[in-house]
Design a protein around this ligand. Structure first.
Ligand SMILES: Cc1cc2nc3c(=O)[nH]c(=O)nc-3n(C[C@H](O)[C@H](O)[C@H](O)COP(=O)(O)O)c2cc1C
Length: 365
């Protein structure tokens, strides 16, 4: 047992944080409608209010127009978007905070409505049979277009450019969103990747696109400023399924990340009960901690007690809080002073306006 807990500073060669409480990336659908731009008024205030966290990770932010799959989610590929984010990073830095941007491509979890009628893209032409939230409400997803090799190379470049943009916008780093059933995981998992070229079949092939992005990213950003997020036992979300190859695929990826010098690897415990799902791992931190030598961040359903314990047990270095951060902008202050944790209102997770966004009060002194 170590004596560290959530409130102890974290210092590694790559990351110096005032505490180990991280704000998990969360889509809130409040970007300006025109141009998917983050604004001072919305995202600026929202992240500033939460700047006492050791590290903030923004909501998923698209790396290209093709990467979009939700309404009013911010991007990081146009000049206007970069200018918008500059105001946000400044406000967080002025409050002594640190902020990474989550770089996102939804792949097949999208709808032709977002692409002037064109098909969303994925590893293979397999419909996730999910719902896409469009400007006209929920619609059924469609069978996506399989990315050609040329398309894949272009997408690698999109991520690289978005990484460059992120640094220009003042972010302390980027998190690659290789989680939760979106494009990278569509390559990792057999249920969504039936390719027979060098991006499909073997574990190494299914991980290739991710590592190509990582390698391209580290040409333009120091790798100490890059993190990556995974949800290995993601099952039932956007058509994702765990099979016998899934966990070995993540073991391969996470072990291989020891050859890099990343800011951190961010893992989620399962979002749902997977105790009955064959081949799923139910305790992610326990399973993967021994495989990775660098900074490990863990997430999902933590509170102060569980967070302190996972750190003290040596199973993770940092803990990311999602929903508690929505309704407790001063989550760190509340942990410090043992104050009550306010509950969040699911009805305002993705609605427009400030209600349920920047109107949760801070109560700590
Ligand atoms: C409103 C909402 C939006 C989310 N958006 C994202 C996102 O953009 N990117 C991501 O990786 N995870 C996203 N998640 C997942 C969270 O980061 C986190 O993994 C999940 O909420 C579990 O953590 P918690 O139990 O602390 O809430 C979202 C979750 C919520 C509740």
């Amino acid at each position: 047992m170590s004596k560290e807990n959530l409130l102890t500073p974290y210092n590694s060669d790559n990351l110096n944080l005032k505490n180990r409480v991280v704000m998990a990336p969360m889509t809130r659908s409040r970007a300006a409608n025109e141009g998917n731009v983050a604004t001072d008024e919305f995202q600026g205030l929202y992240y500033e209010q939460r700047a006492s966290g050791g590290l903030l990770i923004t909501e998923g932010s698209q790396v290209s127009a093709e990467a979009v799959g939700y309404i009013n989610t911010p991007g990081i590929y146009t000049d206007e978007q970069v200018e918008g984010w500059k105001k946000v990073t400044k406000r967080v830095h002025d409050k002594g905070g640190k902020i990474f941007i989550q770089l996102w491509h939804v792949g097949r979890v999208s709808h032709p409505d977002f692409h002037n009628g064109a098909l969303p893209v994925s590893a293979s032409a397999i419909n996730p049979n999910a719902k896409s939230f469009t400007y006209e409400g929920f619609k059924d997803t469609v069978t996506p277009k399989e990315l050609t090799i040329e398309d894949i190379k272009r997408t690698v470049k999109d991520f690289q450019k978005a990484g460059q943009n992120a640094i220009e916008a003042g972010f302390d780093g980027v998190e690659i969103h290789s989680s939760n059933g979106y494009l990278f995981q569509q390559f990792f998992n057999g249920c969504s990747n039936t390719r027979t070229d060098e991006y499909g079949g073997s574990i190494e092939n299914r991980a290739r696109f991710f590592f190509e992005v990582l390698d391209a990213m580290k040409e333009v950003i120091p790798q100490e400023k890059i993190g990556a997020r995974f949800n290995p036992s993601c099952h039932g979300l956007f058509g994702m399924e765990v099979d016998e190859q899934t966990i070995p695929t993540f073991e391969y990826i996470i072990k291989k990340l020891n050859d890099y010098n990343l800011a951190y690897v961010h893992l989620s415990e399962p979002f749902t009960d997977v105790s009955e799902v064959p081949f799923a791992v139910t305790e992610i931190a326990k399973h993967f901690r021994p495989l990775y030598n660098g900074t490990l961040m863990i997430n999902t359903a933590f509170d102060k007690e569980k967070g302190d314990k996972v750190i003290a047990d040596g199973l993770a270095d940092l803990v990311a809080f999602g929903k508690p951060y929505i309704s407790n902008p001063d989550l760190v202050g509340r942990f410090e002073q043992d104050l009550e944790i306010a509950t969040w209102d699911e009805n305002t997770f993705y609605t427009a306006g400030k209600e349920g966004y920047t109107d949760y009060p801070a109560i700590s002194k």
